[in-house]
Design a protein around this ligand. Structure first.
Ligand SMILES: [Zn+2]
Length: 427
């Protein structure tokens, strides 16, 4: 693979350190091998054997991580639509969504559930270089209690859709074991309800401690992890006590559970999925009418979520972006809206919002020694942005501003001029 020297960029290295001006970054093979000002072109490179890319006025930084991904959700209006979409069309949509995601600068993602084995097949195809997409942790169907929010059909209708129903410890263990047998990197449990579904609301806690703990034991025994949907305070409490690794939403936590989350902050990640709430409030009425959106309680829910994310962030809990994209009003491709919400609604500094999507991204991927920051020895997952995201966090939402996207040292996008190491050959 051709070596690459990025010259005179504005470096945001993802560690949270202050940015640096006019920094060069050398990429050899799939790794970052040197960082500094006015780097010499290594002698072994002949003219034409290294790409020189001038970055003046542009930001060079790590690729981003999307921490609540559903590649197999596409254009859904109702959650049932995900159940009913044939698996073949779902597969095609997921392949296209993987490409969309990396073209948005997201070089890694954590799946928060998928239809069938689609995630697993896509992850493997990406890793083999057969299709284009982010580094990916694959998930299976949503492990759900009977009557929970993804249980959407009458008892006489059997659907092999986005859920696998498992009630009781033994059934949860069997289900989780079967998902790991199929190749999932993590499993998803729906521990609380979700008020978009009228019969299983946010404040309901629908799995017991023992059921959640059974999943965690089975996952950890295999070196794998558990991802949960947990909005109610009790559901988050159960997740923390049971040792769940990634907790999504966590909007309604009370003071007691807040303290628990903070005390255990090195053991879990929080992914609030803010854009789901914001987009539903912004656009839901166009699809469902204002009355239905009011009935979800999302307006109040968003206020709780913002209050809690602000205090979790201030207490040093790792809060990551990821927004349940894949619905008509919350489509794939808008992933960076979560970073805008982190800054404008949660109150993070732009630098901390970037750290949440980069350094913490490497951590949630369990690849912190390889990705998430621009440091010598790390894999070259790099984003070059036209502009300064510390001044405008929304810049990531404009795909035309994402000038270079590099994954594992390979171009996914390169809109900048490449020159060659002519000057080395002058003598
Ligand atoms: Zn989700």
């Amino acid at each position: 693979m051709q070596a690459k020297l990025f010259r005179k960029g504005f470096l945001i290295d993802g560690t949270g350190r202050d940015p640096q001006e006019l920094v060069d970054v050398l990429v050899e093979g799939n790794k970052i091998t040197a960082i500094g000002q006015n780097l010499e072109i290594p002698e072994q490179y002949q003219p034409g054997s290294i790409d020189i890319i001038e970055l003046r006025g542009k930001t060079i930084m790590p690729g981003l991580t999307e921490a609540h991904t559903h590649l197999t959700w596409q254009d859904a209006l109702y959650i049932q639509d995900i159940d009913f979409k044939p698996i073949e069309e779902t597969m095609v949509a997921a392949i296209l969504n993987a490409k969309t995601m990396i073209k948005c600068g997201y070089t890694s993602c954590v799946s928060a559930a998928a239809r069938g084995r689609v995630d697993i097949a896509i992850r493997d195809a990406i890793n083999r270089g057969q299709i284009v997409g982010p580094r990916m942790l694959a998930n299976g169907a949503e492990v759900t209690a009977t009557g929970s929010f993804t249980d959407l059909h009458p008892n006489h209708v059997q659907v092999n859709g986005l859920s696998i129903f498992a009630d009781g410890e033994d059934a949860v263990r069997r289900t989780v074991r079967s998902l790991f047998k199929e190749g999932a990197d993590l499993v998803k449990l729906n521990v609380s309800g979700e008020s978009l579904t009228a019969h299983a609301r946010n404040e309901m806690t629908l799995y017991t401690y023992k059921e959640v703990r059974a999943a965690v034991e089975e996952a950890h025994a295999r070196g794998k992890r558990v991802y949960t949907h947990a909005r109610s305070s009790d559901s988050v409490k159960i997740c923390v006590e049971a040792g769940v690794d990634i907790i999504s939403h966590a909007d309604f936590i009370n003071d007691e559970v807040f303290e628990m989350v903070v005390e255990n902050k090195d053991k879990h990640f929080i992914v609030p999925g803010l854009n789901w709430l914001v987009s539903t409030l912004e656009h839901g009425a166009e699809y469902f009418g204002q009355e239905a959106i009011d009935a979800t309680g999302y307006k109040e829910g968003l206020e709780y979520a913002l209050f809690n994310m602000n205090r979790l962030y201030k207490a040093g809990v790792r809060v990551l972006p990821g927004g349940d994209y894949g619905f008509k009003w919350c489509p794939h491709g808008q992933y960076a809206r979560d970073l805008e919400h982190f800054v404008k609604l949660v109150g993070m500094t732009p630098m901390d919002a970037i750290v949440s999507a980069t350094k913490y991204g490497g951590q949630i991927m369990e690849m912190e020694d390889k990705i998430g920051t621009i440091e010598v020895g790390k894999l070259a997952d790099i984003l070059v942005v036209d502009g300064n995201p510390l001044e405008n966090i929304c810049v990531f939402q404009d795909q035309s501003k994402l000038k270079v996207i590099l994954k594992d040292g390979q171009y996914i996008t390169n809109d900048l001029e490449v020159t060659y190491a002519i000057e080395n050959s002058v003598a």
